[in-house]
Design a protein around this ligand. Structure first.
Ligand SMILES: Nc1ncnc2c1ncn2[C@@H]1O[C@H](COP(=O)(O)OP(=O)(O)OP(=O)(O)O)[C@@H](O)[C@H]1O
Ligand SMILES: [Mg+2]
Length: 457
């Protein structure tokens, strides 16, 4: 097997997958450009799945809406549909979404009719790059220091897609640590609208009330619905930072600790695959449920005999995934490290539970191909979608998957994972030239020659 300059074997996706066969482009190391190697290939007929029509999908871009044709929210997920219905019904009766003041952009807690929080909505036009971002600090930052504003490895103003994309990856891998997130449209008085939008809504309301049988039948009154990400609200969770500090002084019972490690490593897998650039310890949550009977008396003064009582339960939720899916790896001066890499838990090698579960999926190239196709279907609906940038996003994602595959095989720790040289796996179409117009894809692996991203920035 060939090795790279650090002595690490170059990995062949296809050798483990179902794609080996006459169409697979053989893997080879290219001595001229050293860090480049074709790692596998897929065979496609002339209509790739990307070109197949999407059943039941509107061909219009997600954020195009006219005044009269409001497209409702439709999901093939009854549970999520009823959640959105509950949010719309609450808004109709005046229980309006409430701005989350601590956030850096316009994010809102959405409630049901009883006033219970059921979701977090982040409209696209109120993101840091959105023209209606309600935060003055972000606006000043953008105007006064444009060169430092935002992350130059991310596509601007697509945070809502990144949120939904993270949930898609989570569901596809079966990790279940991201509260379900989808792209929805919602309208509410409490969102940030231009004065023009508000004036237009007022005049439409007046007109539809005045002429209910004519205009009123055709014009959708009210403020225009905003496109954004809607994430299910998770109850009883607190910022990870809060619990991690407590766990430093009060160690967890072994069984709970193991459960925590499994979920922590799931978070690592997710973040690494989507190359999250914003995973501080305030952007993931922990719920720690002490069993009521477990107090000092029952468990014994010195830390407790956990054999006789139900151990506390622990749950991890990965929220705020809006700054992921970069189209290039962050460079060394703005490295956007994964902050979990400094935790003691990051020194533990990947557990069998994780490698047995995750490895078979990500080592299968068909799975990776399916995943990128699903992301394509999601991302392409944005008005600013750019196919070549998307391909670059997927090259980073495939490279991350390649490294993670190797790390899981070698039973590395998350800390060792983030120290691996970063790689991109680019997909290129190869025309076969025969009369059937079929083509295959070659995958080219390139290492980025820069120091590992262990700098604070
Ligand atoms: N799905 C959720 N369930 C429960 N609470 C949530 C959820 N999403 C966010 N929160 C709460 O809202 C706070 C802000 O959320 P989030 O970090 O996603 O917003 P933001 O506007 O992107 O903020 P920032 O960019 O400053 O990190 C979180 O710290 C958390 O307390
Ligand atoms: Mg946050």
């Amino acid at each position: 097997m060939s090795v790279d300059e650090t002595g690490r074997p170059l990995i062949d996706f296809a050798s483990e997958g179902r794609l080996n066969g006459p169409d697979v482009v053989p893997y080879h190391a290219d001595p001229a450009s050293y860090s480049t190697a074709i790692v596998g290939g897929t065979h496609y007929d002339s209509r790739t799945s990307e070109q197949r029509p999407l059943l039941g999908r509107s061909r219009s871009r997600m954020d195009s809406h006219s005044d009269t044709e409001y497209q409702g929210n439709h999901f093939d997920d009854p549970e999520f549909s009823s959640l959105i219905q509950a949010a719309e019904q609450a808004i109709d009766v005046g229980i309006l979404p409430e701005r989350i003041y601590q956030g850096s952009s316009g994010s809102y807690f959405v409630k049901d009719k009883e006033g219970k929080k059921i979701g977090v909505f982040k409209p696209k036009d109120e993101e840091p790059y959105g023209h209606l971002n309600p935060k003055w600090t972000k606006w000043c930052h953008k105007i006064c220091c444009p060169c430092c504003f935002g992350r130059n490895c991310l596509i601007p103003n697509q945070g809502y897609l990144s949120e939904a994309g993270a949930s898609l990856v989570d569901q596809k891998l079966g990790l279940n640590i991201v509260p379900k997130t989808k792209v929805v449209r919602l309208a509410s008085e409490t969102f940030n609208y231009t004065a023009f939008d508000r004036a237009k809504a007022r005049s439409k309301k007046f007109a539809t009330e005045r002429f209910p049988d004519t205009l009123g039948k055709h014009v959708k009154a009210g403020l225009p619905p905003k496109l954004g990400s809607f994430q299910t609200f998770v109850d009883g969770f607190k910022d990870a930072e809060f619990h991690l500090r407590k766990f430093e002084v009060e160690s967890l019972p072994a069984i709970t600790n193991k459960d925590f490690l499994i979920q922590f490593q799931k978070l690592v897998c997710l973040d690494y695959i989507i190359r999250n650039t914003d995973r501080g310890n305030d952007n993931w949550l922990i719920k720690y449920e002490r069993t009521p009977e477990v107090d000092r008396q029952v468990a014994g003064e010195e830390g407790g005999d956990w054999d006789y009582v139900d151990p506390p339960k622990i749950f991890v939720a990965a929220i705020d995934n809006g700054l992921a899916f970069p189209f290039k790896h962050p460079d060394s001066w703005r490295a956007y490290p994964f902050y979990w890499a400094w935790l003691t838990q990051a020194k533990e090698p990947f557990m069998d539970e994780i490698s047995d579960f995750v490895l078979p999926q990500i080592a299968d190239m068909n799975f990776v191909q399916d995943l990128t196709e699903d992301l394509y279907l999601l991302f392409r609906e944005d008005k600013g979608f750019d196919k070549s940038l998307f391909e670059r996003q997927m090259s980073v994602l495939r490279g991350q998957i390649l490294n993670l595959t190797q790390a899981l095989r070698d039973k590395k720790s998350p800390l060792q994972l983030v120290q691996m040289p970063v790689v991109t796996v680019e997909r290129k179409k190869i025309e076969s030239g025969d009369r059937l117009r079929s083509h295959s894809h070659a995958f080219t692996q390139s290492f980025q020659h820069r120091p590992p991203f262990f700098s604070w920035c």
